[in-house]
Ligand binder design. Structure first.
Ligand SMILES: Cc1ncc(COP(=O)(O)O)c(C=O)c1O
Length: 360
């Protein structure tokens, strides 16, 4: 551990050290197979065992009901911005979007190519520091689906409730908070996540879809984006991102060994609590997100001076806390504290901020 730094990157981000160590130990010869997982045929018995094991573990950890199917799809989270409307919008359809940040906005822009987008809520006016309440959602009962982003990685806000949309299927981007707390999968039509924050190295999205929603795609939908095909072919219409799936399996074992999703939730409350408690008491640093909307994964903050923000990020990097600069469209600082961030990384960052405050 001594040569590793505390990496507060928003993604790709830290992976648990034991996961990296297992991957390293198995790198050239996976459990006596005589080859690396990277070298295996995706149709081989040894690989299919890994693949089925990962799906089973994901089903167990996220408590995925039998009504839903787990898919591994390429193109990251962004590809789902297109896949969801292509599969769910239908001809001349309309969908509700809650615009709570950059990624929800990008998803809405993409959806407009395939149907009508009705903005059910937008927090753009306050520069995305808040989350709409249920009462503030302007829901269209005829919408083909309702779309939201559960955790806004750039702005550091997170929905602390599941929107109630009646019979309109819920679609949710959970890229930056999946596996950080228990979730009632049965409430969702589709939930998905790019894996490079809390799940695995970059290269795919995990998509969990209620099976009856598949099979209604627009006729020109590429075969690789058809949920129906992906379900029928068990995510293996073509060569899947084999190694990324294997790494997800190691991460899931680590999650289980550390208390599952309730364990992850306790840790995330502890981690984010350390930083928010300090921010609330600091006279130099201020949290950016409004209190009720604060993210447990991405803590955004700033001082009153851009120059001081820059100086802080630089000094922190020199002290072994990397990637603390905020996203260019949000400014300030951001500490991304996903599942793999050790508690001492957060404690030491808080101590460093305290010392910086005293010195300024
Ligand atoms: C919430 C959210 N959605 C979508 C994306 C885009 O993910 P990808 O790069 O996998 O397309 C990101 C990336 O940071 C994200 O944080």
């Amino acid at each position: 551990m001594s040569d590793r730094i505390y990496n507060f990157s928003a993604g790709p981000s830290m992976l648990p050290l034991p996961v990296l160590e297992t991957a390293a130990a198995e790198m050239t010869n996976y459990r006596g197979s005589g080859m690396s997982v990277m070298e295996m045929s995706h149709r081989s018995k040894v690989y299919l065992e890994i693949f089925e094991g990962v799906k089973a573990d994901l089903k167990k950890v996220l408590n995925v009901p039998d009504t839903h199917e787990i898919l591994f799809m390429q193109g990251g989270a962004t590809m789902q911005f297109a896949a969801i409307p292509m599969n769910l919008m239908g001809e001349n359809g309309s969908a509700d979007y809650a615009i709570t940040g950059n990624f929800a906005n990008n998803a809405a822009k993409e959806a407009k190519k395939y149907g009508a987008v009705h903005v059910a809520a937008s927090t753009a006016e306050g520069n995305h520091t808040t989350i709409p309440t249920q009462a503030e959602l302007d829901l269209d009962p005829k919408a083909r689906y309702f779309y939201y982003c559960a955790n806004n990685t750039i702005f550091g806000t997170e929905w602390n409730y599941i929107p109630e949309t009646g019979d309109v299927p819920l679609c949710c981007d959970m890229s930056s908070n999946i596996l950080s707390k228990p979730v009632d999968v049965s409430k969702y039509g589709i939930l998905y996540a790019g894996v490079q924050k809390n799940m695995a190295p970059a290269g795919m999205a995990v998509v969990i879809i209620r099976k009856d929603l598949a099979g209604h795609e627009l006729p020109y939908t590429p075969v690789m984006l058809s949920y129906k095909t992906m379900i029928e072919k068990d995510s293996m219409y073509n060569t899947p991102p084999c190694y990324t799936i294997y790494m997800l399996g190691l991460v899931l074992k680590w999650v289980e060994e550390n208390g599952g999703l309730t364990g992850m939730e306790k840790l995330r409350e502890q981690r984010s609590g350390i930083l928010y408690d300090y921010l609330d008491s600091s006279r130099l640093f201020h949290g950016i997100a409004s209190r009720e909307a604060r993210s447990g994964m991405n803590v955004t903050f700033r001082t009153d001076s851009k120059e001081l923000d820059t100086e802080f990020v630089k000094a922190a990097a020199a002290a072994g806390f990397s990637n603390l600069a905020g996203h260019r469209i949000a400014g300030g600082m951001r500490a991304s504290i996903y599942n793999a961030m050790p508690m001492e990384g957060v404690e030491k960052l808080r101590d460093f901020m305290e010392a910086f405050e005293k010195a300024h």
